[in-house]
Ligand binder design. Structure first.
Ligand code: HXC
Length: 257
């Protein structure tokens, strides 16, 4: 598929998506968001793909929603189009997605990264929700996902001041899972994705679903969901294979069934 604003490539079981609007620091316009969602749809449907990676350039993962495109939007257009809703597709992916972030990761870019399952940051990464400086607030999940990721104190600080957070602060705040040297970012992200893709895909998907449920429900309901999903795993061949391989002291050969 020929995309204009992203590039895609597969590396074994990994679907790699690179945001590619370098002149505007990968600002997320309607076209890019549409292409990104189409690429994720394609990898979700491809049984050979076990994990996705979304990345940007050295300078920017994405510097936010495209301000030029948004600047003349009217209320009725924003409401009618349900502006901002399309990107929710990323958070609804059933297969895991790793975000590999270098440089600016701002506004809608940070909201995109937070819809991925794991964020790996280069030392150069800078996270922020600068919408307040534009006379708006985050509108693609930032006011909801940021406090869940880093707590109210830091989230309010970021959203109300519009300041940026460097990679070290993002790491200590729990926004990212690890920080790596900039030159190693993609390689490290692919390694993490390969590790995930080595496991049984349906089990990985169930684990992801169970973790995500923790953000949507009470503890007792969540634990109940976890237990039911856990029980269901004993109906899979991959549970039999994983445990048999452990007991036989060999590597498991998961077959995604
Ligand atoms: C459109 C953008 C852009 C954006 C950068 N550019 N960010 N265009 N939308 N979000 C463009 C610039 O206009 C410029 O184009 C080129 O990219 C390079 O940017 P510079 O500003 O010259 O680079 P630099 O001086 O290095 O500064 C980098 C930066 C700055 C600090 C990241 O670009 C910046 O503050 N960008 C805006 C960040 C932001 O406010 N994001 C939130 C957007 S709102 P030209 O043509 O001049 O070369 C949002 C809401 C989401 O995300 C919710 C929607 C529902």
């Amino acid at each position: 598929m020929a995309y204009q604003t992203i590039t895609t490539e597969t590396r074994g079981p990994i679907g790699l998506i690179t945001l590619n609007r370098p002149k505007v620091l990968n600002a997320l316009n309607t076209e890019l968001i549409g292409e990104l969602c189409a690429a994720v749809d394609g990898y979700e449907a491809d049984p050979k793909i076990g994990c996705m990676v979304i990345t940007g350039s050295d300078k920017a993962f994405a510097a936010g929603a495209d301000i030029k495109e948004m600047s003349d939007l009217t209320y009725i257009e924003a409401f009618s189009q349900n502006f901002g809703a399309t990107l929710e597709r990323i958070g609804k992916a059933r297969k895991p997605i790793v975000a590999a972030v270098a440089g600016y990761c701002l506004g809608g870019g940070a909201e995109l990264a937070m819809q991925c399952d794991i964020i790996i940051a280069a030392e150069t990464a800078k996270f922020g929700q600068p919408e307040i400086t534009l006379g708006i607030m985050p509108g693609m999940g930032g006011t909801q996902r940021l406090p869940r990721a880093i707590g109210k104190a830091k989230a309010m600080d970021m959203i109300l001041t519009g300041r940026m957070m460097d990679a070290a602060e993002a790491d200590s705040s729990g926004l990212v899972s690890r920080v790596v040297p900039a030159g190693d970012l993609l390689e490290e992200a692919i390694k993490v994705a390969e590790k995930i893709a080595d496991h049984s895909l349906p089990i990985v998907m169930l684990a992801k679903e169970s973790v995500n449920r923790s953000f949507e429900t009470t503890l007792s309901e969540g634990v109940q969901v976890e237990r039911r999903l856990f029980h269901s795993m004993f109906a899979t061949g991959d549970q039999k294979e994983g445990m048999a391989a452990f007991l036989a002291k060999r590597s498991p050969q998961f077959r995604n069934r």
